[in-house]
Design a protein around this ligand. Structure first.
Ligand code: NAG
Ligand code: NAG
Ligand code: NAG
Ligand code: NAG
Ligand code: NAG
Length: 953
């Protein structure tokens, strides 16, 4: 028992520094000081046609939201300064200031063409856990401009914005039940309350309303197998006379809702948190109220930003416009330690970057530094091949001297200033060592910040300066790590920097380093899918030895080799450029080392999207750039990869991450999953996640991702176009007709996930036996049988260590009759023993990621008999995860529901005519938000039908 207590006291410290999205975009940092939010960045996408009403309406929406925010936080926060970033595609105006480090990719709020899954429904992309900030809020131009439309469907603009702000800023989740047809994610609309009876999933429990069948309008009926109402049953709030004041995460559009749910017994009972509701907020945040979570956020933690009276909550708006082109200065280390192979590698990769990655119109300059720095080539706009050649000629080939990183950075600023405003310019800093000469990095950071220069950093060796990650973090750039003998990763760092700062559209299909033995050949394939193919380039580089021979075979069997006009040779690189559009399918390449001894060869294959076709894009991220490991508290971070075609999730792809670990560069491979279990927050959203905790030593860890469809299971989710005009299915939960999945052919992508740094790792690395399985957060009651007195539970099994390793050792299921007893004292509640398990097993959980199902015999049944259950998984060493979400099962006798003829008739008429209420369901479930006015017969304001009933809304 003492052991159990000890285990219980292990707190999982997961390193989710919200400020440290290491790769892809680093969100713009919102500040809250003295109750005032500043640096809120709203950006309009360049594909949105110029329309000044968008800007005017954004001002109105945010002004309204600011007032609502001030009230909802009890006078603790409001929006003080909002930046609106106008795209470069809109006409220039004198009132627009030039943008600095503000970019669309980093915006907190995006105004962009609709995500086909949600159309005009505002939503937040949230991939982190409870209390972790979301990536961005997405509003559509139509939502922004058309106030009446937006308010008819989702309620007052300001309140809707604040609901989304709850997701974005404080990492809150929805407090309503929903079924997301696209992802399959589902939270029940009703539950059995511990006080008896069926309750709608809501917060607070004081929100008044009634339940009815959303198709027929009839009273809801209980279903014996679940003990709750039919799936088509919904809670309809009373729009007048509803006194509940909470919550914004439930039905923000109700007039009296002005706050978030809280757990203070002395506070307003009308917004008191409902711990029992089986909504995503309770599941993900372990039954904490919205305010419990907000009070842990730095905005309000330890009493920060106490209430203050202010004269006005109206924000100041600053209008910025993106510059027409991005300037990138390569600031390259040529100190003594770079001499030999490192400088050769750098030369090769930088050459390829200037030659193939940089697009026309981008401005590029070259700076080198050792003990001092010099501009090797001023910043020029890449307008022709001749300019590229000039830049390539300026790349360094020799290295000697000390390391003055600050000198390099200052010269970089100087190079940017020579061609205009440095703001928004990018320095790509590469170094392999530690700084030896002043000025140092820390001396130059304030200057970089005040001039708004973004610095992306590449640590080109494990020994490179430790400040590199923090330099990037503080200037809004990304940081990378490439081993000194690794060209592929170095190349990934260059291309990712270009993609994230200059919006490069190229897609990397292959980047690999191989050692090919003397007189041997290396043969591999690359699949070109039909979303890419334009100007496909194979680039094969070597460092020494004789020139290899390359053969590329097209899917049609043509062989391209020496002598072909597409085959271009320089002193260290062979480039094969396929003009026009490469045919989709399998391209084979064969590289032969002509020399007698082994040779290091780097192969890079890139392609470009075919116009009008969104390519499948992969980006990878780690949840923190620096981790302080603690032996007493298991420490982990999360690795994410987003695989999407535009905004549409690609599911079923094989996503592998390679983590290069200190001290000797050993590579560990991890498969990321999009199954909604363990590290993965939401299933089938195209964001694949996994924990990483197998730290081997202190130092830098480099992350790269490879994605393909080698199992042939990948597909992307689209909304069935036919559904737009056709009648919806009777049962909205059978989403067959609503969501369509398009299978994908073979494709492959590679990218880098950046770098993170770990300190405090015990010598010999982490002992995995310390780590418990992750918490189960998808426990569900599959079925209840009164006749057999059984309850069937299921959940996704987790690994021995968090969400991986072998299967967990055993499952502990605890249950009781009272929700609060189980919630507050899991260990004191009865546990399910072997003799109660009729099907399944407590001691042989399946492999992580597989669904585990158990049929349990319960001791009692009859009127008012409701059981509550929670589970946790444990490993051999009795390390157990936190108890799961709690589910309830009702064991009273429920007769089969009876449907009268009239009801059936209604159902049939409804399905044939597609009456308005059916349109409402459509909207309710999939937020088809149409302009057409609801007919008079729809009594419910349509706000109800949309708002909130959408994932991540
Ligand atoms: C069941 O609960 C209801 C109210 O929740 C109560 O009226 C009724 O007496 C209870 N029945 C039994 C058998 O306890
Ligand atoms: C492909 O190459 C041609 C010829 O160099 C060029 O005109 C075109 O812009 C390129 N397309 C892309 C997407 O880079
Ligand atoms: C690769 O090319 C070499 C040299 O041309 C050849 O000998 C070898 O058979 C080729 N391998 C394959 C699998 O085609
Ligand atoms: C953890 O890392 C060590 C080396 O650091 C390696 O030997 C071991 O296989 C790794 N464990 C897993 C599960 O990958
Ligand atoms: C298992 O639990 C049930 C219900 O609590 C109890 O009746 C039974 O005696 C237990 N069996 C064992 C072997 O402990």
């Amino acid at each position: 028992m003492t052991k159990m207590t000890a285990i219980r006291s292990i707190v999982l410290i997961l390193v989710f520094a919200w400020r440290s999205q290491a790769v892809f975009n680093r969100p713009y940092e919102i500040e809250l000081q003295n109750n005032e939010y500043t640096d809120v960045l709203v950006a309009i996408h360049e594909d949105v046609p110029e329309d000044h009403r968008i800007v005017d309406r954004l001002k109105e929406i945010l002004t309204e939201a600011s007032g609502d925010l001030y009230v909802a936080t009890n006078n603790r926060a409001f929006l003080k300064e909002v930046k609106i970033l106008i795209p470069r595609t809109w006409a220039k105006k004198p009132e627009y200031n030039p943008a600095g480090t503000e970019t669309f990719e980093r915006a907190n709020v995006r105004v962009d063409l609709p995500n086909p899954l949600y159309e005009d429904n505002p939503y937040v992309q949230q991939k982190g856990g409870c209390g972790e900030e979301g990536d961005y809020m997405h509003l559509t131009p139509k939502y922004a401009v058309d106030k009446e439309y937006g308010e008819t469907y989702w309620g007052p603009n300001g309140k809707t914005f604040l609901h989304e702000w709850g997701h974005l800023r404080w990492g809150l989740y929805d407090e309503y039940g929903f079924d997301d047809g696209a992802s399959g994610e589902s939270y029940p609309h009703f539950y059995r309350a511990s006080v008896g009876g069926v309750e709608p999933t809501r917060c607070s429990a004081k929100v008044a309303g009634h339940n009815k069948h959303m198709v027929t309008g009839a009273d809801c009926q209980l279903i014996p197998a679940t003990g709750v109402y039919e799936p088509e049953c919904r809670f309809y709030p009373d729009f007048s006379g509803n006194r509940a004041t909470g919550s914004y995460m439930f039905m923000h559009f109700l007039d009296d809702v002005t706050g978030f749910c809280h757990s203070d017994p002395a506070g307003d009972p009308l917004s008191f948190h409902n711990r029992e509701a089986p909504n995503k907020q309770n599941v993900m945040c372990q039954r904490q109220s919205a305010w419990d979570v907000m009070n842990k956020h730095q905005d309000f933690a330890n009493g920060a930003n106490p209430p203050r009276e202010v004269d006005s909550t109206e924000p100041n708006f600053v209008l910025l416009q993106e510059s027409d082109s991005t300037s990138i200065v390569l600031v390259l280390d040529v100190s003594g330690s770079m001499s030999g192979q490192p400088i050769d590698r750098l030369h090769q990769v930088a050459t390829r970057f200037i030659r193939s990655t940089v697009s026309f119109g981008t401005s590029v300059g070259v700076v080198t530094f050792s003990s001092s720095a010099s501009i090797e080539h001023p910043v020029v706009s890449v307008t022709s091949q001749a300019v590229r050649n000039e830049l390539i000629a300026a790349l360094p080939t020799r290295a000697t001297g000390g390391t003055c990183i600050g000198c390099g950075l200052r010269k970089g600023i100087e190079a940017l200033e020579a061609v205009g405003q440095p703001g928004g310019g990018v320095i790509l800093l590469l170094t392999d060592g530690k700084e030896t000469d002043a000025p140092f990095i820390r001396d130059v950071i304030p200057e970089l910040q005040s001039k708004e220069v973004i610095v992306a950093t590449i640590a080109f060796s494990a020994d490179a300066d430790a400040l590199l990650q923090s330099l990037a973090l503080q200037t809004g750039g990304l940081s990378f790590f490439s081993d000194i003998d690794d060209s592929a990763t170095l190349d990934d760092a260059f291309t990712t920097t270009f993609e994230t700062t200059a919006g490069g559209k190229g897609v990397k299909l292959v980047s690999e380093d191989k050692t090919i033995g003397g007189r041997e050949s290396y043969v591999n394939d690359v699949f070109i899918d039909n979303s890419v193919g334009e100007n496909t380039t194979f680039s094969v580089s070597w460092l020494d030895g004789s020139r290899p021979r390359v053969k590329v075979e097209t899917p049609l069997g043509h062989v391209i080799t020496e002598g072909s006009p597409m085959y271009d040779v320089t002193s260290d690189t062979i480039t094969i450029e396929i003009p026009g559009i490469a045919s989709p399918g399998k391209w084979a390449y064969n590289i032969t080392n002509n020399g007698p001894s082994g040779q290091d060869i780097t192969t890079i294959v890139t392609s470009n999207p075919i116009s009008d076709n969104e390519p499948i894009k992969v980006t990878a991220q780690v949840s923190a750039v620096s981790v302080q490991y603690s032996s007493s508290q298991p420490t982990a971070l999360k690795i994410f990869a987003s695989v999407r075609k535009g905004y549409l999730p690609v599911i079923g792809a094989v996503v592998k991450v390679l983590v290069e670990k200190p001290p000797n560069g050993l590579v560990e491979e991890i498969t990321l999953l999009d199954n909604g279990a363990g590290a993965d927050l939401s299933k089938n959203d195209g964001i694949y996640s996994r924990y990483f905790f197998n730290f081997s030593a202190d130092g830098r860890y480099g992350v790269s991702a490879r994605v393909d469809n080698s199992q042939g299971k990948a597909e992307y989710i689209v909304i069935n176009r036919g559904r737009r005009n056709g009648a919806p299915p009777l049962n909205p939960d059978t989403d067959g007709g609503n969501v369509q999945r398009e299978p994908l052919e073979q494709f492959q992508r590679m990218t880098t996930g950046g770098v993170f740094e770990v300190q405090g790792v015990p010598s010999g690395g982490v002992n995995n036996d310390m780590l418990p399985p992750s918490r189960v957060d998808d426990l569900a009651v599959v079925e209840v049988s009164y006749a057999d007195a059984t309850v069937t539970l299921s959940w996704t099994a987790l690994g021995d260590d968090f969400d991986q390793g072998g299967p967990a050792h055993y499952v502990e299921i605890r249950y009781g009759r009272h929700f609060y007893q189980l919630a507050d004292d899991f260990h004191g509640s009865a546990s399910v023993n072997h003799s109660q398990v009729l099907q399944g097993s407590l001691t042989s959980p399946p492999e992580p990621g597989f669904v585990q199902t158990i049929v349990i015999l319960v001791p009692d049944r009859g009127d008012n008999v409701t059981y509550v259950f929670a589970v946790r998984m444990c490993d051999e060493a009795d390390n157990c995860g936190h108890p799961s979400n709690i589910v309830t099962a009702n064991l009273e006798y429920i007769p089969e529901p009876v449907y009268g003829n009239y009801t059936m008739l209604l159902v049939i008429v409804g399905s044939v005519l597609g009456v308005v209420i059916l349109a409402a369901i459509l909207a309710l479930i999939f937020c088809k938000c149409r302009r057409s006015k609801p007919a008079k017969s729809a009594q419910q304001p349509s706000v109800y039908d949309n708002s909130g009933y959408n994932p991540n809304v």
